[in-house]
Design a protein around this ligand. Sequence first.
Ligand SMILES: Cc1ncc(COP(=O)(O)O)c(C=O)c1O
Length: 399
Amino acid sequence: MGHDFGLNNQPLRQNFLPFNRPQIGDAEIAEVLETMRSGWLTTGQRVELLEAAISKYLGGDLEVVCVNSGTAALHLAVLGAGLGPGDEVITTPMTWPATVNMIMLAGARPVFADIDRHTLNIRPELVEAAIGPRTKVVLPVHFAGLCCDMEALGQIAKHHGLAIIEDAAHAFGAACEQGLAGCLGVAGCFSFHPTKPITTGEGGALVSRDPTIAERARILAFHGVTRGARARAAGTADYEVVELGFKYNMLDLQAAIGLHQIAKADELRRRRAAIAAVYRELLGDLDGELLWLPPDAPSDWTHSWHLYVIKLNLERLNLDRAGFRAALRERNIGTGLHYLSLHLQPFYARELGCCPEDFPEAAWASERVVSLPLFADMTQEDAADVAAAVIEVLKQNAR
Ligand SMILES: Cc1ncc(COP(=O)(O)O)c(C=O)c1O
């Protein structure tokens, strides 16, 4: 990457570095073209192949239902677990609205438990404290691709007779001692949005060891329509509508992309991990001073490195997060914002009656998080440019 020199004689990237870019290779493009020429665009053989490939990747003993978003997978998971009015689900406020919206659309009530400011993951002891007579499910989000403490959450769930549904939107390929993210509860939900560890353009998958949940998800994902027993027995194409469903099915066009993404999922993850390692090395001196770096996973876990989220030490800086992001933008570097805690958003504050002080760690993190560029096609030089810009902006604004 060539450099110009800015006002302070500091290097300035010539090209804008986005915060994320999907890695779409020739194989994905060829498969999409072939699908378009095949005459079959919607759910068909390629979706079946992708479901089989995901199941194989996850160990071979899970049902996989591909859908058109991670949000849809979450909706089907909460419905599949039987959640409805009167039920409560304990989850994190530090997530994308999809997580909580799907709980609410199922008629259940989300109950937040605060996070650990270091990992940004839900804290098991606060989950336990939030359990009440109506609690049915614990719904952790593996933030940025670092697994939650599934040992502690598993014990709490077992002790109180609760189910776990994992929002593994960030965590395809992540693992902890208990196993692969998404495979550790009654259902796991992945997102294949373009920024995610693997993509299908838009898309997602529900995975479950419980054939009843998977079968219900398939039916709900397609209008509540099933091939009824009579049709199956008669070998005809008749169908029955057995409940009120949705239109959540994945297209073969989307699966065409996914088939080649899953084949390189581990390679993409390793490349992101290598970029994260560059950040850790180059920004390590500032860690605990002007910023906090995201924690690595324990050595026997796998981090999917979906996001690289730093936290600014605002008490030591003369600029806020917006100023920091603008300064990086001026240096041709894009950033992301994951997330503004949901308990601070007007809708949830109103509906759930929460105040900023209720979840102080999530409120603390909400002001300080910034996602640095992280994607498989970034070069080490790109990462060095980002680190240099971060160091320059923070040092210039240190107090
Ligand atoms: C934590 C989390 N859950 C759920 C979703 C929803 O996934 P999708 O965008 O595929 O619907 C996202 C997407 O950003 C997410 O980050």
